[in-house]
Design a protein around this ligand. Structure first.
Ligand code: SF4
Length: 302
């Protein structure tokens, strides 16, 4: 049974924000059509409609955290895409956080490329000046074919433009890549185009996730009927290897495999400096007979 929850309840947050103060700003997702995603469609036992919370309610939450001495923690402005909210509204919230909570080391939120493109450079700079440090954005793939099939509602060009706009405004960006999103058919294109987009943007951080298909997502039936196939563990590792190998020399991003879905946990503080180490470590995994024979299981919960 799924229940509909109001926008002040949080469904997900990035693993890196596990110990942050979580302040709901929007509920649901204004797009909510990606075929691999069921976050707000009931896969976690709840559904949530898209909504922007009232400024008054968000401020009340911040007041509560201040009253209870939640000083010194990072702050995550929660909800599927707070970047869809008006810039003035977001600026007021971020400023309020910075006034009410002391020693906040980081303010962050999820963002969508089309929301970012709707904002002017000046608006993004104002968000940076107010104290927005980093946004988390799902690139998923650099391949237009895969983005179209998966109904991401955007393309590589928009991702590149949005990524550059964010960085130029002085806001850091962390991008998510989903290994296996193109299945076997588009694996090569996934690798090549994702490496190209990452090279164009040179994001502050990029993070790998591995495709798992949760019940309730549009992709579930296709997988169950055998039309869509998951990559094996070693095939996912090979995709990651080739994405790293194909990055341009300019890419200095931090790289993480910081998710339960990943088959390795290798990370780098600067992929330009660590590329050789990263590739060698991945090769060790890829050439390990135990990993080559590891059966693929699909995670039921993440
Ligand atoms: S992946 Fe992101 S943009 Fe796509 S439906 Fe899920 S929350 Fe919305």
């Amino acid at each position: 049974m799924t229940i509909k929850i109001p926008p002040d309840q949080i469904v997900i947050r990035p693993p890196v924000e596990a110990y942050s103060v979580l302040i709901p700003v929007t509920g649901g997702c204004s797009w909510n059509k990606c075929r691999f995603c069921g976050t707000y469609k009931g896969v976690y036992g709840v559904t949530q409609d898209y909504a922007i919370r009232s400024l008054e309610d968000v401020k009340k939450d911040i007041d509560k955290f201040a009253k209870n001495n939640y000083h010194g923690f990072p702050v995550f402005l929660a909800g599927g895409n707070p970047s869809s909210a008006p810039t003035d509204f977001l600026i007021e919230i971020i400023k309020y956080v910075r006034v009410k909570l002391r020693n906040v080391p980081r303010v962050s939120c999820y963002a969508k490329s089309l929301d970012i493109l709707r904002k002017t450079d000046e608006e993004l700079k104002s968000l940076a000046n107010a104290g927005l440090d980093i946004v988390y954005m799902g690139l998923e793939s650099g391949s237009d074919t895969i983005l179209r099939i998966m109904k991401k509602g955007t393309n590589a060009e928009s991702m590149i433009k949005a990524g550059k706009k964010i960085l130029n405004a002085g806001i850091k960006i962390s991008l998510y890549i989903i290994l296996g999103l193109g299945s076997h058919k588009y694996s090569e294109e996934h690798v090549k185009e994702t490496a190209r987009v990452l090279t164009e943007i040179n994001p502050t951080i990029f993070r790998f996730r591995t495709l798992n298909i949760l019940k309730g997502t549009p992709l579930w039936d296709e997988w169950k009927s055998g039309q869509f196939k998951l990559l094996s563990p070693v095939e996912n590792l090979k995709e990651e290897r080739e994405i790293i190998a194909n990055l341009g020399e300019n890419v200095t991003s931090q790289v993480f495999n910081d998710h339960i879905s990943n088959y390795c946990s290798i990370e780098s503080a600067n992929i330009k400096e660590d590329k050789e180490m990263f590739l060698k470590t991945l090769d060790t995994y890829i050439n390990d007979p135990k990993i080559q024979n590891l059966p693929r299981s699909n995670l039921a919960r993440m």
